[in-house]
Design a protein around this ligand. Structure first.
Ligand code: OOG
Ligand code: MG
Length: 258
């Protein structure tokens, strides 16, 4: 693709993100659009977000589990960035969002800069904590219909996230196979395990660290890292009360306003 096209598409995506507009995926008319070019657009979008005054405070992995890959029809893990503006506390407004969905996440809090190939022990050592989270995703593409390059360009559908309050130490907690439940209005709607994330969620962090080095980047100390959802996301509706619970990590709640 031409550089001008990538710049133009990043503008279209920024407009869709800021004004809750739906787009038709770019790969429909441009099957040659690549994942690398998707990341170039994401990078332009990140710089635009910073110019708007949004501070990047972390990253999210996506399509890490089989359940998510099947739901979205794509087969490779991806990553996007999280800004301060996306952080939500307990109550979520649907205004300014297109068709948001919610999913539970395992979250790592980094205390050291990370980049490059690292062992699982080194990854655990680089974390100050692990907690449960909820992610709100809101693809800017109509009906969440995208291919990998489209979703990467769209910052992996990032829209919001909430963190739980129980912070455990990943060096002492065995979190390979923790049961996870997503409840809507007190009824369990989704079940999963942290093991759905590459067999052990720490591997998501190792994979992200390795990818970042290849792209000449690093994950800074203090970053919030969402490791990916182990289950399919659920569409949000006004009035919904959402709760994600993870064994040993407690729960995180969110209430949906109009
Ligand atoms: C892409 C984002 C996926 C996850 O945890 O797998 C994601 C999407 O499903 O729209 O955040
Ligand atoms: Mg997610």
């Amino acid at each position: 693709m031409k550089k001008e096209t990538l710049v133009e598409w990043s503008q279209i995506l920024e407009d869709a993100y800021l004004n809750a507009k739906e787009l038709i995926r770019f790969t429909l008319d441009h099957p040659e659009f690549s994942v690398e070019e998707g990341y170039e657009i994401q990078e332009i979008g990140l710089r635009k977000a910073e110019q708007r005054g949004e501070k990047v405070i972390g990253y999210k992995m996506g399509l890490v589990s089989k359940a998510k890959m099947q739901q979205m029809g794509v087969n490779d893990p991806i990553y996007g960035y999280l800004t301060e503006k996306m952080r939500v506390e307990r109550s979520l407004s649907l205004k300014g969002r297109i068709h948001p969905k919610v999913e539970p996440e395992i979250v790592f809090l980094l205390r050291k800069d990370l980049s490059g190939k690292i062992t699982e022990e080194e990854a655990k050592e680089a974390c100050s904590g692990i907690c449960v989270g909820l992610e709100i995703i809101d693809s800017r593409y109509k009906d969440f219909d995208f291919k990998l390059p489209d979703v990467v360009a769209d910052n992996c559908s990032s829209s919001g996230f909430v963190l739980g309050e129980t912070i455990e130490d990943p060096r002492t907690l065995d979190f390979e196979n923790l049961g996870m439940v997503l409840e809507i209005n007190g009824v369990a709607k989704g079940f999963g395990s942290s093991a759905a994330l590459l067999g052990h969620p720490i591997r998501a962090l190792c994979a992200l660290s390795e990818t970042f080095e290849k792209q000449g980047k690093m994950l800074p100390a203090g970053s919030i890292i969402l490791a990916g959802s182990p289950m399919a996301a659920i569409t949000l509706e006004p009035g919904m009360k959402i709760c994600a619970r993870v064994e040993h990590l407690g729960e995180v709640r969110l209430e949906v306003k109009e």
